[in-house]
Design a protein around this ligand. Structure first.
Ligand code: GTR
Length: 424
């Protein structure tokens, strides 16, 4: 009897403890006290006071650390083996745009991979700046243009878009037009380049498909603990798109703005950090592992993201599960790697899971590096009110609404990009 009682109490205590551990925190007063590493102090305690020391010492050490301990390194070089123009027309969007659908083919280890870039370029611009961003459900979902080719790559089911059997069909054409203000971009003289992210690496915990196997060593079946997860693979794909842009005479490759929402926002940030050819970076609601500070452990945490999506980051990142205090870096330092190039971080008021305040503080604490370059970042640690963007070289807004990409977001991005990149 006594034993059963003790057992019962022990069980209750364990339940209570684990509930505490597994309930996400949304209470600002319960954010743990944390010490944020200073972006301008090297790992061995030296203050960085010049662009030269930032570029030669601090930036490389941060980039290396994040590569080996968070996103994973790309284990080799893989160039485009051929470019194929699948389709091209100059009468898209009522004659306002050129449409191109370009397949990039890759071959290695006896394996092949291809992905298709959909481009809409304003016709009245000789060499167009472009927004480059992945889409979640196929190129044909971003537009109602009937000529856009439907991908046959694996896709997560989404019955509300008519996606069953992990296959895309005509039914999902145009279902995501609300997330891409293509006409507004074209009017502003900016094109759109988009790719279905699942063509580069299907978003599932399986390393036998996607781009990874093309760079395996003999008998390798999954990446090593310091090698690329899916986010690094998707970022790699964006860089290959950039390789192509450098050869397309209709595109101004010096004005490519890499954009992404949510997991693809994390991807855009990593692409911007690793490839300095991207002229500007936009993170829309990127949250944990993106712009939000991990040490705040607000909403989604490192442990949670690694459990739910074990394939996104590299194996080493799991060392920080429920252990954010031990991280010798935080996400403001990922953002700082983008300096001095323009960076836009955006949040949504009801997107608590992504920790809007943590995203704001990420941008704020990255700003000293922008200052070092003589650029204006986020200068006050006070969050702006909703729907009142701050648009400096580092920009930030929090809009009303949920986790999404809205016409409001695009209006801000377009205005800011035009100003930052001097787009006429
Ligand atoms: C969530 C994930 C977030 C975010 C989001 C998305 O389930 O927890 O980190 O990436 O997915 O990509 O929509």
């Amino acid at each position: 009897m006594k034993n059963t009682f003790v057992l019962l109490i022990a069980l209750m205590i364990t339940r209570l403890l684990s509930a505490q551990q597994f309930e996400p925190n949304y209470d600002e007063s319960k954010v743990p006290k944390y010490i944020l590493p200073d972006v301008l102090t090297t790992f061995n305690g030296k203050k960085v006071k010049s662009v030269k020391v930032w570029e030669n010492k601090r930036r490389p050490e941060l980039l290396d650390y994040l590569t080996e301990n968070m996103f994973g390194k790309v284990p080799g070089e893989l160039k485009i083996s051929s470019v194929e123009m699948l389709e091209q027309a100059d009468n898209a969007y009522g004659g306002k745009a050129i449409r191109k659908q370009v397949a990039l083919h890759f071959e290695s280890n006896g394996k092949k991979l291809s992905f298709t870039i959909l481009l809409f370029l304003p016709k009245n611009v000789e060499k167009a700046p472009v927004f480059l961003g992945y889409n979640f459900y196929g190129n044909h979902t971003v537009t109602s243009d009937v000529n856009v080719i439907i991908s046959d790559a694996w896709v997560d089911n989404n019955p509300s878009f008519g996606i069953i059997n992990n296959q895309l069909t005509e039914q999902s054409r145009g279902v995501r037009t609300n997330r891409w203000s293509i006409e507004k971009m074209l009017e502003a003289g900016i094109g759109l380049a988009t790719i279905y992210y699942g063509e580069v690496d299907p978003d599932k915990n399986d390393f036998s498909d996607g781009i990874h196997p093309l760079l395996y060593k003999k008998n390798q079946e999954k990446p090593e603990a310091d090698e690329w997860g899916s986010i690094a693979a998707w970022a790699w794909g964006l860089s290959r798109a950039m390789d192509y842009f450098e050869t397309d005479s209709n595109i101004d490759a010096k004005k490519v703005i890499v954009f992404g929402h949510s997991r693809l926002g994390k991807t855009a940030l990593w692409a911007g950090a690793t490839d300095r050819r991207f002229a500007a970076v936009i993170s829309n609601n990127s949250g944990c592992g993106g712009a939000a500070l991990s040490k705040r452990a607000f909403g989604e945490t490192v442990g949670r993201i690694n459990n739910a999506f074990p394939h996104w980051f590299c194996g080493n990142f799991k060392n920080y599960n429920n252990n954010e205090a031990m991280m010798p870096f935080d996400q403001h330092e990922l953002l700082a790697l983008i300096a001095p190039r323009p960076l836009y971080v955006a949040s949504a008021e009801d997107d608590k899971w992504a920790d809007p305040k943590g995203e704001f503080l990420g941008a704020y604490f990255a700003s000293p590096v922008y200052k070092l370059y003589g650029k204006k970042g986020i200068v006050s640690d006070e969050m702006p009110p909703v729907n009142q963007p701050i648009q400096n070289t580092v920009a930030y807004h929090i809009r009303t609404g949920v986790h999404d990409v809205t016409p409001y977001d695009w209006e801000q991005y377009i205005r800011w990009a035009k100003e930052q990149l001097k787009i006429e």
